[in-house]
Design a binder for this molecule. Structure first.
Ligand code: 1GP
Length: 237
């Protein structure tokens, strides 16, 4: 299966997608059975794995155990090149195009190539755009970049369009994990209207209504991390 082609197909059919983001630093392996069962019974279509730091060594084991017990595609969402594992299905090959730190625009990507060449991971190039969220989030802190102004929608559109013109396959509007304010719906709407490629939205979405509103505004795939991390019954509300 080609994960990107499926995302495109879903967009064509207006079927919305949902990724649960698991941060390996926060997953307790002993609870994994229950976690996987909750994910399998949720509306999730994808599992994203990654975090800004990932200090743990359980990344591979985590992926292997999920794969044994769950059919959802596993997509790496790495904070840096050390978070690559050939046990996953695909990787969001991110470039932080909202920032002006060359390390996160191209340096880490260059360094990741020898590792990626040894894997069969499907590589999904992604223009990653961090939006100001009312609090400092790990992405901004670790990447040492400034998020884009949440009121300057035109500049965010222009950034997303530049990402598309550069050949990215996805645009990801990110408020940051645990964001106080999610990406504004008006911004999702305008950006989705001005790009052809699928739009991923995440950060600070804490209820089912927020997910639905992001879909209605034009998000093709919504990412939920903290809300599910805090409450495994999040989707049973
Ligand atoms: C972060 O977009 C994801 O990269 C998810 O954010 O943890 O706030 O859901 P939350």
């Amino acid at each position: 299966i080609n994960i990107y082609n499926e995302i495109i197909q879903s967009k064509v059919e207006n079927q919305k997608l949902l990724a649960i983001l698991l941060d390996p630093d926060k997953v307790v392996l002993e609870n994994l059975g229950l976690l996987i069962s909750k994910i399998s019974h949720s509306p999730a279509t994808h599992i994203f794995i990654g975090g800004s730091l990932v200090l743990t060594t359980i990344l591979e084991e985590l992926i292997v155990q999920i794969k044994q017990n769950c059919d959802l595609p596993i997509v790496l969402f790495p904070g840096n090149p050390s978070q690559i594992s050939d046990k996953a299905d695909a990787i969001l090959f991110l470039s932080l195009i909202s920032g002006r730190n060359p390390d996160y625009l191209i340096e880490h990507q260059v360094n990741a190539v020898p590792v990626l060449k040894q894997t069969d991971l499907e590589i999904i190039s992604t223009g990653y755009i961090l939006i100001e969220s009312g609090n400092e989030t790990a992405v901004g802190r670790v990447s040492k970049t400034k998020p884009l102004d949440r009121n300057n929608i035109d500049y965010v559109i222009q950034t997303a369009q530049a990402g598309e013109m550069l050949g990215n396959k996805l645009i990801y509007l990110e408020a940051g994990s645990g964001a106080k304010h999610a990406v504004p719906f008006e911004m999702i709407k305008k950006v989705s209207q001005n790009i052809e490629i699928p739009l991923v939205v995440g950060g600070g979405i804490v209820d089912l209504q927020g997910i639905q509103k992001a879909y209605n505004a034009g998000a093709d795939l919504v990412v939920i991390g903290t809300a599910f991390e805090n409450d495994m019954n999040f989707f049973n509300q």
